[in-house]
Design a protein around this ligand. Structure first.
Ligand code: MSP
Length: 537
């Protein structure tokens, strides 16, 4: 991989608080904010875990755009390796045909989730393969690889070689490795040991490199207590044909992880946008693939003379009803089914509100329904609907003169929100928004506009209350846009405002002008009288 001049780090920005954040202008920074997800193995249908990760990345990038920061969001598919080769064989299809067919399902899935990715990588694309081969050749030329014989255990399921350390005390291997076989094989190895101390020093000096902090400590603990084994980066073609050929030895293909990780840089390079995009600001991944991202990937980049990503953001795993999700037992959540039944925003809301980025989460149909009813239908939906209906009923939908009774509360909520969004604390950000929703619902109960409307002497007071309510609806619609894009747009439509909800710069109190006429209110989250359809039925 030819090296290009490194891009300067984004200038350190001061912490943003409250209204100051709205003045933040990203234009002097030439590098775009770059976020990725893991690329999914195309050996089955997408599930809740895949959906969650994409939604997390999507919200983060929508926030950046809303703050006016040019961004680039990449997701896609990991199509090589033994898992995919086996799945294709089981389906009785050529691997490429198998991948082409499933890739359509996965791309449609991203659309179903309202994911705003700028590109979709497939590792079988020539643009990706070229970069992988160039990188392999470069590291080979630099003497980073050697050929050696491996004699020992191999897990086809995990596509990894096992050592004595991987054995249980009784000599068996954990079920997660599947059937373990004995192997004697010549392969290419990447020398890792001499990168180990450098990586420890780097992570200690950059503790935000892996977030949350407990995951960073986990990586450091691993690096300090184990000598890194050299990484086998090839597979003989006679054992695994479905991979990218090593450019320096036609009898081998490259190890799937060496291929997959490179997607993060191959796409910007192929698009001629490397200088504007690399290094990545955030790689969003699940906890199971932390070692690949926090150990192998930085070493690969360092060896190739490339800048490292700024952060690996590690989320936990979802279970359903307290059990591991598994197709064989039928204990799965089908995101497409949930979205068809409840709407995409309800799905996005539940996963982001239920689970902070870090710990493991548990999906329950009851929990989903409870949040839908209390927080979406009765909380957000009811506030918007009753506020806009009252403006329609009492003032023919015309916004009265500005009044600032809720301004300070709104500004406080927004300051907290922006601080949380900057730190990718998505769950906390939703809690801030919903605290304000609760505050405004309480304001309706306190001011009782329906009573004021019956008393002509209270006409001005009613105007004041209606302004505060309608302006609050507008702010809330702006704040929820990264999380609930469809709902946000529908509120803007009901407010008869252009859907420029993308921009947080419009979220300063007082933006709604007197005399503006809103549209017709339409319920956002219809109440569900019948019991919900179970997510997996
Ligand atoms: N192909 C590799 C990633 C290569 S990235 C250069 C892979 N694919 S995967 O399909 O198995 O997983 C994709 C992502 O989904 C991973 O980040 C993984 O952690 C995440 N999840 C898979 N199951 C999950 C849950 N049950 N819950 C949450 N996320 C989970 O690994």
């Amino acid at each position: 991989m030819p090296t290009s001049p490194r891009v300067d780090d984004k200038k350190k920005r001061p912490a943003l608080a409250g209204a100051d954040a709205l003045r933040y202008n990203a234009s002097p920074v030439s590098k775009r904010f770059y976020i990725t997800t893991a690329i999914d193995y195309v050996n089955g249908e997408p599930h809740l875990g895949h959906a969650y990760e994409k939604i997390v990345a999507d919200v983060i990038v929508r926030v950046r755009r809303a703050l006016g920061e040019p961004s680039f969001f990449l997701t896609g598919l990991d199509e090589h390796g033994q898992k995919v080769q086996q799945a294709a064989a089981t389906a009785g299809k050529e691997p490429q045909i198998y991948c082409d067919e499933l890739a359509q399902t996965w791309q449609a899935f991203a659309g179903k989730l309202c994911i705003t990715n700028d590109d979709f990588v497939r590792t079988t694309q020539p643009r990706h393969k070229q970069v992988v081969q160039a990188l392999l050749q470069q590291l080979h030329d630099q003497g980073e690889f050697y050929k050696g014989e491996y004699v020992g255990y191999y897990s086809p399921k995990q596509e990894s070689f096992l050592t004595e350390r991987d054995r249980n005390p009784d000599g068996t291997f954990d079920a997660l490795y599947g059937e373990v076989t004995q192997l004697r094989e010549e392969n290419y190895y990447f020398k890792l040991k001499h990168h180990q101390q450098w990586l420890i020093d780097y992570i200690e000096a950059n503790p935000d490199f892996v977030a949350p902090r407990f995951r960073c400590n986990e990586v450091l603990g691993f690096l300090k207590n184990n000598e890194l084994e050299d990484l086998c980066i090839s597979r003989p073609k006679n054992r695994l044909a479905w991979g990218i050929p090593l450019p320096f030895d036609a009898d081998y293909v490259t190890y799937v992880w060496f291929d997959a990780l490179v997607n993060y840089i191959s796409v910007p390079m192929a698009r001629g946008e490397e200088a504007a995009v690399w290094p990545a600001d955030v790689h969003v991944i699940g906890k199971d693939i932390l070692k690949f991202h926090a150990v192998y990937w930085p070493i690969m980049l360092k060896a190739a003379g490339r800048a490292l990503p700024k952060q690996i953001l590690v989320h936990g795993w979802w279970q359903k009803d307290g059990q591991k999700m598994s197709k064989s037992t039928g204990n799965v959540v089908d995101p497409v089914k949930v979205i068809d039944d409840w709407g995409v925003d309800a799905f996005r809301y539940y996963v982001l509100r239920e689970l902070a980025i870090g710990p493991d989460g548990n999906w329950t149909a009851e929990g989903f329904e409870a949040r839908y009813t209390a927080e979406l239908a009765n909380g957000l939906g009811n506030l918007i609907n009753r506020s806009l209906s009252m403006l329609g009923r009492y003032r023919a939908g015309v916004v009265p003169a500005r009044h600032d009774e809720l301004c300070a509360d709104a500004q406080r909520a927004q300051a907290a929100l922006l601080e949380q969004l900057r730190g990718n604390e998505l769950q906390a950000a939703l809690i801030s928004i919903w605290s304000y929703i609760a505050r405004v619902n309480q304001y309706v109960d306190q001011t009782q506009p329906f009573k004021l409307a019956k008393d002509a002497a209270q006409s001005q007071r009613l105007d004041e209350v209606l302004y505060n309510l309608t302006e609050s609806c507008r702010l809330i619609a702006t704040w929820i846009q990264p999380f609930l894009p469809d709902t946000s747009q529908r509120i803007f439509e009901q407010l008869a405002l252009p859907a420029d909800a993308q921009s947080f710069s419009g979220a300063a109190w007082g933006g709604l002008t007197a005399g503006h006429k809103i549209g017709a209110p339409v319920p956002l989250f219809p109440r569900r009288d019948k019991p919900p359809v179970a997510a997996n039925s």
